[in-house]
Design a protein around this ligand. Sequence first.
Ligand SMILES: *Cc1c(COP(=O)(O)O)cnc(C)c1O
Length: 501
Amino acid sequence: MTDPFALASALPVPIAVERRDSSRSLGQNGSLANGESGELLGSSPTGRSPSRRLQRMSSSLREQLDVKGPVAPYQALPVQGPIEDAPAANLPIMEPNGMPAEEFEARINKVLADYKQKLAERTSHHMGYPYNLDFEYGALDGLQKFSINNLGDPFIASNYGVHSREFEVGVLHWFARLWEIDQDEYWGYITNCGTEGNLHGILVGRENLPDGVLYASKDSHYSVFKAARMYRMQAVQVATLKTGEIDCADLKVHLLRNKGKPAILNVNIGTTVKGAVDDLDQVLDILKETGYTEDRFFIHCDGALFGLMVPFVKRAPLVTFEKPIGSVSVSGHKFVGAPVPCGVVITRTRYVEALANSIEYLNSRDATIMGSRNGHAPIYLWYTLTRKGYEGMRQDVERCLLNAHLLKAMLSWLGIKTMLNELSSTVVFERPTSEIFVRKWQLACQGDIAHVVVMPNITITKVLEFVQDLILQRRGCSEETARRAAKEALDFAEAHVQSLD
Ligand SMILES: *Cc1c(COP(=O)(O)O)cnc(C)c1O
């Protein structure tokens, strides 16, 4: 292999201690410098305030980035060579009568044992996708003996009896409380994923405002534009700021241009790549300024990533039905963690009437996107939320933000360009030029940036291991040197974060 981190020659990795005092130190390009403290956490069900350290940590990014400027590409060296798709492997179905029964059993067992081993290894080297891989559902062993299916409306019993509606409604009430809407005013269900939540939220918007134009920032998840294509809606891609937030000035221009038609807006509570949180209040202000009354707009909040984290971070929760929003969705397998993909969507009862049909065959109501629905997922969510409670979730959020800031500080110490948005645990950095490294750590990359989304399973030990490996790749040094350098970077990061206390 040629130098896998060609970047290393352009931007030497500072193993030496001088880096601490050099001009590239954290204060200049990191986000840990002092700043006005943002308001974090507090009110409603989420409980007490977090440490002031965290308040200060997540506050100063806006000052350091020219956030009101136009979008600029993230600066990094281009990836070398084309990026090739890795073809998926194929495990053929075996024929039972082709060999003696015992040998057949042994083969099946070997396939499964190998696969479990691979899963364990892949789970331990995962940094890129926002999935919390740390969960324990041993108490639910045995449930896979049942075909649990919640088809239909969660609030109306179906004739199919093997369901988990009681768990589903319990989970929905929990989210309704988190997002501040009364039990008799909301409707929602447990989806198959965040995408389904987006498809549902945007459909509810479209059914209520049939000729509405969809507005979403260009950093929105691809499922938002997929919805526009599926529903054949007129869609407008709004520009973004450097942070990845929606550019409200551009939004205003588009809203004025289409004033004859109602507006359906997708507001991101954490964008996929940069973890940026769109400014819902500013979006609402602009709707008012441009003359869109509440009956002429519908806001869907895509909270797949941070919809569950942000309420624990900001004193005035960003995502709340006390504001005139129409729906919120979140992925269940991301921050909560679950062995199957899942999600939650919540909207106002009065909006969902527009797409609900009674189905005699189900003896229920059809207001979901899918037909059959995973009945195990609600039990996983119910179990974790019950075990952790609001306080446990709050602690998880705080730990993720802390570890994200430590990782960012460590990368800065190494001279790697990084960015970390306020309210976010997505650490954005230069895309490593080694595809082997990218695959090993399962980094999600877009263009010349990569990111690590710090979820509860990304412990500080894991961060240390990752940084050490990154040094090894960039530097081609001995493992011992890399270990020492990583440790030093961590000491530096911890001292810096501590010093903010
Ligand atoms: C992950 C993600 C989605 C899609 O969620 P899935 O559960 O993967 O379908 C949508 N929006 C954002 C912002 C996301 O990060």
